[in-house]
Design a protein around this ligand. Structure first.
Ligand code: G3I
Ligand code: 9MR
Length: 576
């Protein structure tokens, strides 16, 4: 008897099943609950919660014993366009004492409990890094490292074929090369240079900006204890792979290492389809150049433990840059027999600017000055895989000593972008910098990349509002959202349970692999045709489906977790 038929054999069970279904449906409606960051706050943080607009005008905060320790007025009711929900802000920032609390408002259920603690995001940050370990290609993970999610090795990638689209004189189609290690991109098992670039860079920036925090953050990796910080160990796993994606003959970089079609929903070791490197592209060459140049600079201090890498990476980065100059407009075009992710990006001026910025910071060479400064069409206030311009600003902003003019220009660009975000944050009933159009595939990472930009502006100016707005970004992803859910698997009282992530589906463990930020609400609903379950709502901030079918709203991805690692660390370090 299947689980479903067992459930349907008796009438009471049927009613129970209906109630469950109803509850599941309600779970994706705007929740009539008090919304708060389920992982809580550091003592000095701006602490905002959201309360559905009701007749009540005040809120209370109760400690673990139920004693009221704080109370205050609710803000004015306002409706957020992205959810259609009227809410009021509860500001409990003045409560600083450590403890576990709940928020209470007359007529509503009390909030889930949340802590105020000096290390509120330590485990989250470690967990968000360990998520990458779970997605490593070519390594078995034992229970000591992976707990219940231990698994055999998959995808050794020691014999990868050169696809016809990538053929060259020295490497004709079918040539076998080795391209091991690296992270699986997301819920799928393929490896894409464009997306690896922004992901790896963001983790390198996190290390560069907050080294003491990461030096002290134990993540529990296979390499832990080898003298390198765990974040660096994890990042090296992917850098070692990236470095193999360059054709040493001409400096060109393959766009991706992939199956011809997506694997089934199976464990890594059961996914054994042949793998190919596909087409050299300008975007891959430039993102590769930027990332390896950044790695060469940021990780130079570990040369004793990782001998020769820093110098080799820089040479590889410069050779990829030269290839890109000679091939400035080779866009990715999916070959007819390849059906996996594209990361196709037709707009390349931002990739040129980012690569030049990193090469300038790494070498100081005059040749990189002009391209690094090219302002181009700055469409976005925050970076994403297709628009990497702001990553170059972040690097140049830190080069005041060596490159004062470039640093000053980058700083003013960052502050201008952050001011746009800040104005939206201030005007938003949800205290979130998101515009309606930002609710796209991977919207949760848009939120956190905005948080990362706000943190940059705070590091530059010291103006408190930027940090408060960054806090709001983290709060949103951890429960202060209209669905009242923590979008990080394994973290929070009510978190995403069914990510589109092959190991989480196939491993037989009820709980998903922990530490992953899921993509989040996406009114595009591009997966509706592949999902039996229906989305509960169409509004931008409600369009989320906690079902493994939902690759457009509930997948995980290495580029989405990176700003989570960054922002959690930033708030731990800067929130004093
Ligand atoms: O840029 C336009 C924007 O101008 C427009 O307003 C908006 C309206 O929908 O669409 C925007 O484009 C979207 C783009 O993402 C923006 O990032 C596309 O509709 C959307 O289809 C596209 O989704 C990408 C998706 O692959 C499908 O190609 C995601 O960004 C990207 O993160 C995702 O990446 C996949 C890999 O291919 C395979 N591995 C898993 C990974 C995560 O899902
Ligand atoms: O599993 C795939 C996921 O990683 C991608 O982000 C997504 C979009 O490219 O595609 C998923 O694969 C689906 C495919 O596109 C359509 N058939 C169902 C697949 C999911 O099992």
């Amino acid at each position: 008897m299947t689980r479903m038929t067992r459930m349907l054999t008796t009438r009471p069970r049927l009613l129970a099943a209906c109630a469950l279904l109803l509850a599941a449906t309600q779970a994706v409606q705007a929740a009539d609950i008090i919304q708060v960051n389920q992982l809580g706050f550091l003592p000095g943080a701006r602490k905002l919660a959201l309360v559905p607009a009701t007749a009540a005008d005040r809120f209370q905060v109760k400690d673990a014993g139920g004693k009221v320790v704080f109370e205050g007025p609710l803000g004015k009711a306002a409706t957020w366009n992205a959810s259609g929900q009227a809410v009021r802000v509860a500001d409990l920032s003045a409560l600083r004492a450590g403890g576990t609390y709940r928020i209470a408002v007359a007529g509503l259920q009390e909030s889930t409990p949340f802590p105020i603690a000096p290390d509120a995001y330590r485990l989250l940050d470690a967990g968000a890094i360990r998520a990458y370990t779970h997605n490593r290609a070519g390594i078995a993970l034992d229970a000591r490292v992976a707990g219940a999610w231990a698994r055999p090795a998959g995808h050794p990638d020691d014999q990868v074929r050169v696809h016809a689209s990538a053929a060259s004189v020295t490497r004709p189609a079918g040539t076998v090369i080795a391209s091991p290690k690296g992270w699986y991109d997301a819920g799928d098992y393929n490896k894409y240079v464009v997306n690896s670039g922004i992901s790896t860079y963001t983790l390198l920036a996190a290390y560069e900006h907050f080294p003491a925090w990461f030096d002290g953050l134990a993540v529990n990796l296979p390499e832990s204890g080898n003298g390198l910080p765990d974040l660096v160990n994890e990042t090296l796993w992917n850098l070692d792979w990236m470095a193999t994606m360059q054709d040493p003959e001409d400096g060109g970089v393959y766009h991706k290492l992939t199956n011809l079609s997506f694997d089934g929903m199976v464990m890594p070791d059961k996914a054994t389809a042949p793998r190919y490197v596909v087409q050299k592209t300008t975007a891959a060459a430039l993102d590769f150049a930027a990332t390896l140049a950044a790695a060469s600079r940021v990780l130079a201090r570990f040369d004793a433990q990782a001998p020769g890498r820093s110098q080799r990476w820089l040479a590889q980065a410069e050779s990829a840059w030269r290839w890109a100059l000679a091939h400035p407009a080779v866009r990715y075009r999916q070959p007819a027999d390849v059906r996996t992710g594209e990361y196709g990006d037709d707009k390349l001026d931002d990739e040129f600017a980012w690569a030049a910025a990193e090469l300038l910071a790494a070498t100081g060479k005059a040749a990189y000055r002009n391209p690094a400064q090219a302002s181009g069409d700055a469409r976005k206030t925050e970076p994403d895989w297709g628009d990497v311009r702001a990553l170059g600003w972040i690097t140049l902003a830190g080069q005041q000593g060596r490159l004062p003019d470039e640093a000053a220009a980058a700083r003013s660009r960052i502050v201008a972008a952050a001011d746009t975000l800040l104005a939206r944050w201030q005007a938003s009933p949800y205290r979130l910098a998101m515009a309606d159009k930002d609710f796209t595939w991977g919207s949760n990472a848009v939120v956190l990349n905005q948080g990362m930009m706000l943190v940059q502006a705070y590091r530059i100016t010291g103006k408190r509002d930027y940090l408060d707005a960054a806090q709001s970004a983290l709060d949103y992803t951890l429960g202060r959202n209209p669905l009242g859910v923590s979008y990080v698997t394994g973290f929070g009282t009510r978190s995403a349970m069914h990510p589109h992530h092959r190991p989480s589906v196939a491993d037989g463990v009820a709980a998903p692999v922990p530490g992953w930020l899921v993509g989040g609400p996406n009114p595009g609903q591009q997966d509706a045709k592949d999902c039996k379950a229906a989305y509960g709502a169409k509004q931008p901030a409600l369009s989320w489906l906690d079902d493994a079918c939902s690759y457009a709203s509930n997948e995980v991805a290495i580029n989405w977790n990176a700003p989570l690692v960054y922002v959690a660390a930033a708030l731990q370090v800067l929130e004093r």
